[in-house]
Design a protein around this ligand. Structure first.
Ligand SMILES: [Zn+2]
Length: 263
């Protein structure tokens, strides 16, 4: 047989999602066999923060990030922001988020999303942790907000979804860009073109499992084992082999998200 697969870090997954409740151990194992050496579980609302800690405790290759998703921003209580910040820091997260703006669905008002987002921006700066951004149909609002915080330099634009303008801005700010199943879709031609300006040392591989399965996956439920397929589809954008893309993105995740280094 061939040599072992290149190491991969899945920098954005929702492994505590109900979609995995019956076969999480098998799902993680399939990921490991495919080369995934670590998983970042995104605990995106207070109700699942502790569940995510349990998951990390049960699996030494699972780490977590914690925050409040823009679609849950209505539940952010500014009067309790200090308590919530202490709770998040007690989880020992590798990052804050996912946080940002989502105007694609009806949900929390702009003011509510802004309040939750700014609290997480301040927390990321105070804690010197990367901020993981969720953005849907809000790129102008996102750029305007983050440009108010020049001291914020460790930022991951998760499942990057934007045009040349957003990509150029991300490049200028030195932000990291998460790539996964969304960019692999047939309909994502313009997105793939925009991604080419991002330097390879700013790329991260991610699934967003159980969401955003790449074309060619065996199930609509996405999972970490699909990342080699993502790497195969996207590596040519930067003139890389899939192995080189896996190695570079793993190095980036180790550097920026403070995953432990290669064994
Ligand atoms: Zn997510």
């Amino acid at each position: 047989m061939s040599q072992s697969p290149p190491p991969i870090i899945d920098t954005h997954a929702h492994l505590d999602d109900a979609a995995f409740e019956n076969d999480l151990a098998d799902t993680l194992q399939r990921g490991r066999i495919a080369g995934v050496r670590q998983f970042l579980n995104i605990a995106y609302k207070p109700e699942i923060w502790n569940r995510s800690v349990e998951l990390r405790d049960a699996h030494p290759d699972v780490e977590l990030a914690a925050g409040i998703h823009p679609q849950d921003a209505a539940n952010f209580d500014a009067a309790r922001s200090d308590v919530l910040a202490d709770q998040i820091m007690a989880l020992q997260p590798l990052g804050i988020g996912e946080a940002g703006f989502d105007f694609a669905r009806s949900g929390p008002s702009l003011e509510q999303q802004e309040a939750a987002f700014r609290w997480q921006i301040e927390l990321a700066i105070a804690a010197s942790l990367p901020l993981i951004i969720h953005q849907r149909e809000a790129s102008a609002q996102l750029m305007r907000e983050l440009d108010r915080w020049p001291q914020l330099n460790s930022v991951v634009l998760h499942s990057f979804d934007g045009d040349d303008r957003l990509a150029t801005w991300a490049l200028e700010r030195g932000f990291l860009v998460g790539i996964g199943g969304l960019a692999c879709r047939r309909s994502s031609q313009a997105l793939r073109e925009a991604l080419k300006v991002i330097p390879t040392e700013k790329l991260l591989l991610e699934t967003d499992a159980p969401y955003l399965a790449p074309p060619g996956a065996t199930s609509r439920r996405n999972e970490p084992a699909n990342l080699p397929l993502v790497a195969e589809t996207l590596a040519p954008l930067w003139g890389l082999t899939p192995e080189e893309l896996c190695e570079q993105t793993t190095l980036n995740a180790v550097t920026v998200l403070n995953f432990s280094g290669p064994d």
